[in-house]
Write a protein that binds this ligand. Structure first.
Ligand code: ADP
Ligand code: ZN
Length: 598
């Protein structure tokens, strides 16, 4: 008898279900409706792909992004599943053939763009075909308030009206309650069982560093942790994207720019290389990322502060979809806060929107300045309680927290005595007693706070000013001049005490991939060696030949498992995660040859 578990093993080559997968699959296979909320990389696809294989007829999957559909179908075909796609990228002949195959019951899964699905012609075709289930991927696209709103998604309620007996499963990685409610009502999923997974991404290590020289810090980070691996570097401006990509390339790191200012062709080419080649770094504005399903992105870094925790979480979530260790690293400084505030100030938005934007920015700044576990704060923001994770910078390398009341008083007083017209650099010169030309010109060597701050280094003063802004005791104007704000007077009078966070001096050298999660430990082998290199080369060639991304042939984890225990017989390959029956048959001999020769 075919069971969900046997399909998981034979078709997909995975030994066990993750999280709620088994329960969801059981529910949908039995004919129930479901709403599945799972973080990116949680394994949503199997939740409808396995029921599709278990139930009679063909499953119809609605997906908003052509590139995503193509990759999913490519992966299913590699695994020996009869899957096809219908969207605007097909020529008329191929589309007609696919429709005939569908009607003839030759397909297990059909991916369809929403606008095509709701045409009367297609609905008619559905009426004449045995449909196993409807899967509605990226179901948050139905939400009018979300940023991915797709009007055609609203019309998908028609599926329930016309085909009340076909089970439906809606899936999304968007967590908030409002979106969830909207999905349930708009898609008429009132009877659906709701499956909510934890939104934690335990394999992602979060780190937020004080910004000194962001480029050098980035380079050091990539060289130390991710040489030769794929990653995304987010910057705010197009110019910075171009400059950073060029500079990384000069330093020997293959990096490509991506932003809306590049022509369509260049963008497509760069995205393609990032997805298909090994170890390409893409430097991008936030225009990049939606619909990129690449599982082996090993790091996501931010050289500029995003707008909100939501944006930060979505962008960093593109790392480590395959469940292997990955890094989210951000460099953050006073300039970032000033810049983001200015962007809100200067925007055309109304006051309510601006207020919300400030609040969101403050929450993110709070995360950046946090002395406690980053993950606890992130999950708390999404309403999920948790305990310190052991896999973020603050857990691994706790920052020192010091009583900064006196330093805060000096800093604020210095701002006050210079008429609130100067930026942090000049104020620090005054505090540290540097008789610069500017200090002399303004007579600032005569004021009371001059030379009172020699006990702290430049760098430490910078951190003080940044944190005072983050705490709302100072406010920066357009030009970076600092003004007293909020309860600054209470601090000046000594009525409010202030403590500062100090980044631990020397980050403990990463014991490669050590973490409390044992599944991460089990994947600890440093990825290198001639066999692994040979496997990668073979994978790249095979992927090109089959016209699919490399990860569709095999994930890194599968190649690493093969390299760790070089196989002598086909049997040795059986049971390695990611090698199902079809792939074993198709690639087994080739893998054995490579193992023998390396
Ligand atoms: P999502 O759509 O939730 O972002 P996917 O369905 O793309 O996630 O799954 C993420 C990755 O995890 C995929 O590469 C998939 O093959 C893998 N995966 C999913 N379920 C399992 C499982 N039970 N065991 C091992 N790998 C899995
Ligand atoms: Zn932590």
């Amino acid at each position: 008898m075919t069971t969900a578990l046997s399909l998981l093993k034979t078709v997909f080559g995975y030994p066990a279900f993750r999280g709620a997968q088994a329960e969801i699959i059981d529910h949908v296979s039995g004919g129930g409706d479901a709403l599945v909320l799972m973080p990116t990389g949680g394994g949503k696809s199997l939740c409808y792909q396995i029921p599709a294989l278990l139930r009679d007829g063909c499953a119809v999957v609605v997906s908003p992004l052509i590139a995503l559909m193509q990759d999913q179908v490519g992966a299913l075909r590699e695994a020996g599943v009869n899957a096809a796609v219908l969207n605007s990228s097909l020529d008329a002949q191929t589309a007609a053939q696919t429709e005939r195959d569908f009607a003839a019951g030759k397909l297990d899964l059909l991916y369809v763009a929403p606008e095509r699905l709701v045409t009367s012609r297609f609905l008619d075709l559905l009426g004449r075909t045995k449909v196993a289930l409807f899967a509605i991927d990226e179901a948050h696209c139905v939400s009018q308030w979300g940023h991915d709103f797709r009007p055609e998604y609203i019309q998908l309620s028609i599926l329930h009206e016309q085909f009340p007996d076909v089970p439906r499963i809606a899936l999304t990685a968007t967590a908030d309650e409002q979106t969830r409610a909207e999905i349930l009502t708009r898609l008429q999923l009132g009877e659906a069982r709701v499956f909510i997974s934890s939104f934690d991404r335990p394999n992602i290590r979060y780190a937020i560093a004080e910004k000194h020289n962001a480029r050098d810090q980035l380079l050091a980070f990539i060289r130390a942790e991710h040489a030769g691996e794929a990653g995304i570097v987010y910057c705010l401006s197009r110019r910075k994207v171009d400059e950073t990509a060029a500079w990384l390339t000069e330093q020997g790191i293959p990096a490509l720019p991506y932003h809306a200012g590049l022509d369509q062709q260049t963008r497509a080419r760069h995205q393609d290389r990032f997805v298909n080649d090994d170890g390409v770094v893409i430097v991008a504005t936030i225009a990049f990322g939606m619909g990129i399903d690449k599982p082996d992105v090993r790091f996501v870094t931010h050289l500029d502060l995003p707008k909100s925790i939501e944006a930060y979480y979505q962008e960093t979530g593109r790392a480590g979809r395959d469940g292997l260790p990955a890094d989210a690293w951000m460099a953050y400084g006073l300039g970032d806060v000033v810049q983001q505030r200015r962007m809100i100030d200067d925007s055309e938005a109304n006051e309510t929107f601006k207020r919300v934007s400030y609040r969101k920015l403050d929450a993110l700044v709070g995360l950046a300045e946090a002395a406690g576990c980053r993950r606890v704060r992130l999950l708390d923001y999404f309403g999920e309680p948790s305990t310190p994770c052991g896999n973020c910078d603050n857990c691994l390398n706790p920052p020192r927290v010091w009583d900064g009341s006196e330093a805060a008083q000096k800093a604020l007083s210095c701002v006050y005595r210079t008429d609130q017209r100067f930026g942090a650099g000049h104020l620090i010169d005054i505090l540290r007693g540097n008789e610069t030309e500017r200090v002399q010109r303004f007579g600032h060597n005569q004021i009371k706070t001059f030379n009172t701050g020699t006990d702290l280094t430049d760098k430490k003063w910078r951190a003080v000013f940044r944190q005072l802004v983050a705490m709302g005791f100072l406010e920066a104007d357009q030009h970076g001049a600092l003004k007293l704000a909020g309860d600054a007077r209470a601090v000046l009078k000594g009525e409010t005490s202030v403590s500062f966070r100090e980044e631990a001096e020397k980050p403990r050298k990463r014991e490669r991939r050590s973490s409390k999660a044992s599944f991460i430990d089990s994947l600890n082998n440093p990825a290198s060696g001639p066999l692994l290199d040979a496997l990668r080369t073979w994978r790249a060639a095979t992927a090109r030949e089959h016209n699919v991304p490399a990860y569709v042939v095999f994930h890194d984890s599968t190649l690493e498992a093969i390299a760790a225990n070089p196989p002598c017989t086909l049997d040795d390959l059986r049971g390695i995660s990611g090698i199902g029956a079809t792939k074993l048959e198709r690639y087994g001999e080739a893998l054995l040859m490579i193992a023998k020769d390396s």
